[in-house]
Write a protein that binds this ligand. Structure first.
Ligand code: GLN
Length: 534
């Protein structure tokens, strides 16, 4: 019998519900269960791929090429597993499929309605993931906050599922905020209200997790329990902490794992969280730091690059070093508002991924400065493409070299549209997506990173380094050290350089895990640390 845990949120979004969901998953997995997680996003987009990072944070890419919500990234990192695109359900997908079925005549004779047709479709999709992942426990997080109009069909589906699956096989967790007001008081009213709203919809929570800048006061815990129709033991305090990776440890120390297990009738034996603890300790108490410049165009919202930041953290922890990130807005570099000499204060730089013209010349200027001043560079996707453009312009001498994405009439299209993209009309879900094999050349930086011939990393791009320019670039010292099966450049480096210089077309950050960092990031951090010691 599969157990379902439904996680809802109240008061406001951005409370860290995804982290609570991921932490719950990690804790239950540590009891020896097979756990998986689903994120429901009540917006009408079919997936996150058509939203820009300022709308929605990073687009997380799954192994099978899903363009998903960034919470899927939290789940993968905490659970240490790969999920598929089916683990991110949106209103857009549900309606799309119900409308297609209606057109096919699958509901012939019926009036198609939100209840039961939309809610049935929601339940079927959740159960399909349960079946396909053969999980013992499925966590289902509902995005947004309770009371949002667009979330209602999903909450109704959950209400029905709780009856159909049996009350002992499901658990409802509500995560809400107890704010601290200017007098310093911790207030519980918003939590009470959001629970009332949830109960009005027909869902009585079994567990309430209270987010607050500090620990929930005992008196407030009792008050919330009373208003939620719950024993005090069902209310857990989840205060702000130094790192999200500490959240499972904090919840566990408060008896959360045992409580959830008992409610679902799961066997309980004290789990071994020592490896995770070791990681958190390394992450939070470094003796020395490296400074990394992060150069991108969505730098005002750091969530735009969450997997990259996390991959750097994983790598820093296992290199026994702390991380200080400095954010550089590429558009400001372009406008001359930033003195590039500041980059000299950094031990390394990451050229962040992106799309479109804005900020691209700023990034190219920064790459030139970094290369000439021998500061280690790691370029991700668009970052790698811009490294190639910079090299073509300033080393090979093709001054007007560009990507056709940025200048369609460039005389030297060193980055050009992938042939598979020539006839693409619709922009949703049509990039080169997901994991594809990369063949690595021996005696290269790439080989030192991975130590094997074929690796799989996740992609999300329409453009590639133009094969026509490879000979020219290589004769000027650039090296292609990783190739796709179709012979597209996947990794670039320099043939003769003492300094770390590496660009990757795929996004290795999506596969980085706290206990198993991405080989690319791990090696980058290692080399940066070594360089600071010289
Ligand atoms: N805009 C580039 C492309 O489509 C790079 C995309 C990215 O950085 N994810 O190829």
């Amino acid at each position: 019998m599969v157990k379902y845990i439904f996680i809802t949120g109240g008061v406001l979004s951005g409370l860290g519900k995804g982290v609570v969901t991921a932490s719950t998953g990690l804790l239950l997995k540590s009891l020896g269960y097979n756990v998986t997680a689903i994120k429901i996003d009540p917006y009408v987009n079919v997936d996150a791929g058509t939203m820009n990072p300022y709308m929605h944070g990073e687009v997380f890419v799954t192994e099978d090429g899903g363009e998903t919500d960034l919470d899927i990234g939290h789940y993968e990192r905490f659970l240490g597993i790969n999920l598929t695109k089916k683990h991110n359900i949106t209103t857009g997908q549900i309606y799309y499929s119900v409308i297609m079925k209606e057109r096919k005549g699958e509901y012939l004779g019926k009036c198609v309605q939100i209840i039961p047709h939309i809610t049935d479709e929601i339940k079927e999709r959740i159960r399909e993931v349960a079946r396909e992942s053969s999980a013992d426990i499925v966590l289902v997080e509902i995005g947004g906050t309770v009371g949002d109009i667009e979330g209602l069909p999903f909450l109704e589906a959950i209400r029905q599922m709780r009856i159909e699956e049996g009350i002992r096989n499901t658990l409802a967790i509500h995560v809400a905020l107890a704010p601290i007001i200017s007098t310093g008081e911790q207030k519980t009213k918003p939590v009470q209200h959001s629970i009332q709203e949830l109960r009005r919809i027909g869902i009585q929570p079994d567990v309430v997790i209270v987010r607050s800048p500090r620990e929930l006061e005992e008196e407030n815990r009792a008050k919330i329990a009373l208003y939620s129709n719950l024993p005090k033991e069902a209310v857990f305090s989840d205060p702000d902490v130094d790192t999200i990776y500490r959240v499972p440890l904090i919840l566990h120390s408060k008896g959360y794992t045992k409580y959830v297990a008992s409610k679902l009738g799961l066997r309980y034996k004290e789990p071994d969280l020592s490896k995770w603890e070791e990681f958190v300790n390394k992450l939070t108490s470094p003796k020395n730091y490296i400074k990394i410049a992060m150069i991108g165009k969505y730098t005002k919202l750091h969530d735009s690059y969450i997997s990259i930041v996390e991959a750097l953290k994983h790598s820093a922890a296992w290199n026994n070093i702390g991380l200080k990130l400095g954010w550089f807005e590429a558009t400001d570099i372009e406008r001359g508002k930033i003195d590039l000499n500041q980059l000299k204060n950094y031990d390394g730089a990451v050229i962040l991924p992106g799309f479109g013209k804005r900020g691209s010349e700023g990034k190219i200027t920064a790459i030139k400065y970094l290369r000439e001043n021998e500061i280690p560079i790691l370029g991700i996707c668009f970052g790698m493409q811009l490294m190639v453009i910079e090299y073509a312009r300033n080393v090979v001498g093709l001054t007007k070299a560009n990507s056709t994405e940025l200048d369609p009439s460039t005389p030297y299209p060193v980055v050009d549209l992938l042939p598979s993209q020539y006839n693409v009309e619709h922009l949703g879900g049509t990039m080169r997506l997901g994991a594809h094999p990369i063949i690595i050349e021996e005696n290269s930086t790439a080989w030192e990173m991975y130590g094997k011939k074929t690796v799989y990393e996740r992609h999300r791009h329409r453009y590639e380094v133009n094969p026509k320019y490879i000979d020219l670039l290589e004769s000027a010292g650039l090296r292609i050290s990783g190739w796709s099966r179709e012979k597209y450049p996947e990794f670039i480096e320099q043939r003769r350089t003492r300094v770390f210089y590496f660009g990757t077309q795929p996004h290795p950050e999506f596969k980085s895990r706290p206990l198993k960092p991405s080989p690319v990031y791990l090696y980058f951090v290692k080399k940066v640390v070594e360089a600071t010691k010289k």
